[in-house]
Write a protein that binds this ligand. Structure first.
Ligand SMILES: NC(=O)c1ccc[n+]([C@@H]2O[C@H](COP(=O)([O-])OP(=O)(O)OC[C@H]3O[C@@H](n4cnc5c(N)ncnc54)[C@H](OP(=O)(O)O)[C@@H]3O)[C@@H](O)[C@H]2O)c1
Length: 234
């Protein structure tokens, strides 16, 4: 089963139409909330719902991203400052640890992807009968992830950067990424809690996400948030 996270463009939501500062803040927070909900809360809920029905030894693969790691140089160069998690509730309100990215949406995206990896690592300890695995598909220019970027940037990504991807370290193409993810998803030899790079080689997440206390807290707070939302909507 692929508990793959749905993306939201890290550089997206930049075209704010409301000119008032309060309106701008509202739009920004609402876009960040969407990112966190789509990328983390959705796959988390799906996974928790399916766990009781999966057979022993099933693989559960989350599509993560190395932008969660503040020590990942290419991501930092692109403007990311790693995951900026305060709490699940704060994330759902679009609030991040101070000192983050100057680019709109980047902290929301990086934090949501850090939560994907935290989920893999925490569930691997909590549910030993299944195998939870994270993959970093590599930077794939030209996918729909940049759908909200300017037309010029989208053109550049699709027709200039994408053809170069096979030659550049940390980059990939949808075809290569799909091959790697399929291999990971169908293999029976993984350690639960493993994390693979764009070439299917083991890699490490950020120092923060590897802290078991942190990943357990992300999972516990996510469950509490979902329970609260569910109670409030009943
Ligand atoms: N591209 C990269 O460089 C890169 C790097 C590292 C990790 N990743 C991760 O790889 C995964 C795939 O990214 P991608 O580049 O292939 O992105 P993509 O081209 O934007 O594709 C994402 C897919 O998710 C769907 N989706 C987006 N928001 C949704 C929502 N709110 N509800 C339901 N479906 C939604 C999209 O549907 P529509 O087509 O209908 O919009 C699309 O089919 C993501 O988890 C992303 O974080 C990507």
């Amino acid at each position: 089963m692929a508990g793959a996270s749905q993306p939201h463009c890290p550089g997206g939501h930049q075209q704010l139409t409301d000119s008032s500062p309060a309106g701008r803040r509202h739009h920004r927070q609402s876009a960040d909330t969407d990112t966190f909900t789509t990328n983390h809360l959705g796959p988390f809920t799906l996974t928790e719902s399916l766990i009781p029905h999966l057979p022993d030894g099933a693989n559960v693969v989350f599509t993560c991203s190395a932008v969660e790691d503040p020590q990942r140089k290419p991501a930092v160069t692109a403007g990311f400052r790693g995951g900026r998690y305060i709490s699940a509730e704060a994330s759902a309100r679009g609030e991040w640890q101070p000192g983050g990215s100057s680019k709109p949406g980047y902290d929301a995206y990086a934090t949501s992807k850090q939560c994907n990896l935290a989920t893999v690592l925490a569930l691997a300890r909590e549910v030993p009968r299944l195998r939870f695995i994270g993959v970093e598909p590599g930077f794939n220019p030209g996918t729909g992830l940049g759908r909200d970027a300017s037309p010029a940037l989208q053109f550049l990504a699709k027709y200039v950067l994408a053809p170069l991807a096979p030659m550049v370290k940390y980059w990939s193409t949808p075809k290569r990424a799909a091959r790697m993810i399929t291999k990971v998803l169908t293999s029976e030899s993984h350690q639960s809690g493993a994390y693979y790079d764009e070439n299917g080689k083991p890699m490490l997440g950020s120092v923060q996400v590897r802290d078991a206390e942190f990943s357990d807290r992300v999972v516990a707070e996510t469950r509490a948030l979902l329970a609260k939302v569910s109670d409030e909507t009943l």
